[in-house]
Design a protein around this ligand. Structure first.
Ligand code: F3S
Length: 390
């Protein structure tokens, strides 16, 4: 890969070890994927934050980076951690808190904003055509497909390296020719809820693997519908983006996948593993938008969450602040609006959860393996009915 004079200096260690190791990561990645140069990025988003997910091993490395002078050269944010600031703090072991604080402290000292959300686009929406290095797969999918920014789905280390260098290798969907669709999905049914959008995403991700699809038959989705579709696609597949339309005739014959109502219903059914009542209702995977919090508030207004059930609505601090009046309604009904974390990246088993109910196909896909709980996947109104025991 071609390096500029300054990049070579960084590679040779003239800017210190933290930037040298970051440049090594990027150069190796670029060589592996055939990039010929690095390109500047507008922002990085780093996953690998929750102590539950990453454990002890990377903590010393993160601390070594900031001690060696590692500093982000572009705006950078991080994914959710294992704790929220209030509700979970006293319910989990002190050692977990200590280790989580070390991780967050290391990121902060490197100048990375502790926004702790998987929806950084609600904080500062990138512009069309901006190059990014985002490592939360649902976020890079949203950035590419809904916003029109350009980001590969980075791993945590490569996003962190990109944050410190301010650049990323020019390969994958940073190049226009790699953003073209390679499959056509013909949808012959009207999707009824976010659950169906997410489950369709999981179903298609398995079939498409890394092929970018153009999906025909979604006439007027909301951005929240597309967030769920993309989160599902990125969970079970390796692709980075989808299109809803593609005007230019494709260069090659596209593989066609036809999807009917039965396929979507089966995809939803496959994601439910529980037959008993849930003791955690989890809304907010990916983290809720303002509109989603408003929807929850409208459904719980005048009701009461039962003592046997916890209702978690997960979002960023930024959105929670904007949603204050809806947050008051949800918390007044006995629910909890949590920031900085989610049910997948915290220790829900240790909190006594056996069965989770959620409206997120992504959460339903991961919870049985990552959290060891059974799941019921159901639309938001059903989730709130169960939370309030109706
Ligand atoms: Fe976000 Fe947690 Fe889902 S990090 S995408 S809410 S698994």
């Amino acid at each position: 890969m071609y390096l500029t004079r300054q990049e070579e200096k960084m590679f040779d260690g003239e800017f210190g070890w933290a930037h040298q190791v970051s440049m090594e990561i990027l150069a190796r990645l670029g060589d592996l994927f055939g990039a010929i140069k690095l390109i500047p990025i507008k922002s990085a988003h780093v996953s690998g934050v929750s102590y539950k997910n990453i454990g002890d091993a990377p903590i010393d490395f993160l601390e070594a980076l900031f001690k060696a002078g590692g500093k982000a050269r572009v705006s950078a944010t991080v994914n959710p951690s294992g704790f929220d600031p209030d509700y979970l703090t006293g319910r989990l072991p002190a050692r977990y808190r200590l280790q989580q604080s070390r991780i967050l402290d290391a990121y902060k000292r490197m100048g990375i904003k502790p926004d702790l959300t998987c929806t950084p686009y609600y904080l500062r929406e990138p512009r069309v055509g901006w190059h990014l290095a985002w490592s939360e797969s649902s976020a890079s999918m949203y950035a590419n497909s809904v916003i029109g920014a350009w980001s590969n789905r980075e791993g945590g280390p490569s996003a962190l390296a990109a944050a410190l260098v301010g650049k990323t290798p020019d390969y994958g969907v940073h190049r226009a020719e790699n953003r073209q669709p390679r499959a056509l999905v013909k949808l012959d049914t009207v999707l009824q809820s976010d659950v169906e959008f997410g489950a369709l995403g999981i179903h298609l991700g398995k079939a498409l693997k890394d092929k970018i699809p153009v999906i025909d038959g979604i006439p007027s989705p909301t951005n929240e519908n597309l967030k769920q579709l993309g989160a599902g696609l990125a969970s079970s597949g390796m692709l980075s983006m989808f299109h809803l339309q593609w005007e230019v005739p494709p260069k090659e014959e596209l593989e066609t996948i036809s999807i009917g109502g039965k396929d979507v219903r089966e995809a939803v059914g496959c994601l439910s593993t529980a037959s008993e009542r849930a003791n955690l209702i989890f809304i907010g995977c990916p983290h809720c938008s303002l509109a989603e919090i408003e929807s929850v508030a409208r459904l719980v207004e005048g009701k009461r969450v039962t003592k046997e059930t916890e209702l978690w609505v997960c979002t960023s601090r930024h959105v929670k602040e904007k949603a204050k009046r809806y947050v008051d309604v949800i918390e007044g009904a006995g629910g909890h609006v949590l920031c900085d974390t989610c049910a997948i990246v915290t220790w829900i088993k240790s909190l006594g959860v056996d069965i989770m109910m959620t409206n997120s196909a992504k959460a339903a896909y991961y919870a049985p393996t990552l959290n060891g709980v059974n799941v019921t996947l159901a639309p938001l109104n059903k989730c709130i009915e169960v939370a309030c025991n109706q």
